[in-house]
Design a protein around this ligand. Structure first.
Ligand code: GLN
Length: 210
């Protein structure tokens, strides 16, 4: 994709140095993601309609409530354009509810809840139950390099199975998968945007710039 198409400056190496990326802004903590992406040098904009989706080279789907985001995305005519862009290979990073929306299969969904899909995983909503539905832990993510990631889980889902197209990036001590990747798609059950560790957002932006 040419930098000029996206209004981004083209670095000497030919890479877009300031890519235009979106954050799905129907519901949830989209503002935090916009701030992180801007801090990392991206031209980050909220996406609420299909015409706005057309303008961006990558998308973050934030945490929030997946069933609400699902309904709103269909109401606003965004669900089909989103599925199309995902199928075309647009880089997408889903956190928590965003991971649920990216999963091909969702367990414990509410009646009628749909998923955008694309990520070859089975995800279970609210997998950590009531007592422990919010917690923090340090996670080793070998592919990120560097120190462990401080991971904040808020009524988080878990990846119950990883299909052949995807692979696990991060697992809890008990072996449960909480971060996955599949080519241009990235998903975490936790919320890096509420910490000051932006390595997942950087990894997403590398995919957009690549
Ligand atoms: N439990 C929420 C859902 O099912 C996800 C929570 C979150 O995004 N922090 O959508």
């Amino acid at each position: 994709m040419a930098g000029s198409d996206l209004g981004g400056r083209v670095a000497p190496a030919g890479r877009v140095s300031r890519p235009k990326v979106g954050v799905l802004a129907l519901q949830g903590d989209f503002r935090e993601h916009l701030l992180v992406l801007r801090e990392l040098g991206a031209d980050a904009v909220p996406v609420r309609r299909a015409s706005e989706l057309d303008e961006v080279a990558g998308l973050v789907i934030p945490g929030g409530e997946s069933s609400v985001m699902d309904k709103l995305s269909r109401t606003f005519g965004l669900a089909e354009p989103l599925k199309k862009r995902i199928a075309e290979g647009m880089p997408v990073y889903g956190t928590c509810a965003g991971l649920i929306l990216l999963a091909d299969t969702v367990r414990d969904a509410i009646a009628g809840q749909q998923t955008l899909g694309g990520l070859d995983v089975v995800v279970r909503r609210n997998a950590f139950g009531n007592q422990n539905d919010s917690f923090e832990t340090d996670l080793d993510i070998p592919e990120l390099g560097g120190p462990p990631v401080h991971a904040v889980f808020i009524r988080a889902p878990v990846v119950e199975s990883v299909g052949p197209k995807a692979h696990a990036l991060g697992v809890l001590d008990d072996g449960r998968v909480v971060a996955v990747e599949q080519g241009p798609l990235l998903g975490t059950a936790f919320h890096p945007e509420v910490t000051d560790d932006y390595r997942f957002h950087s990894r997403f932006l590398d995919k957009v710039r690549g």
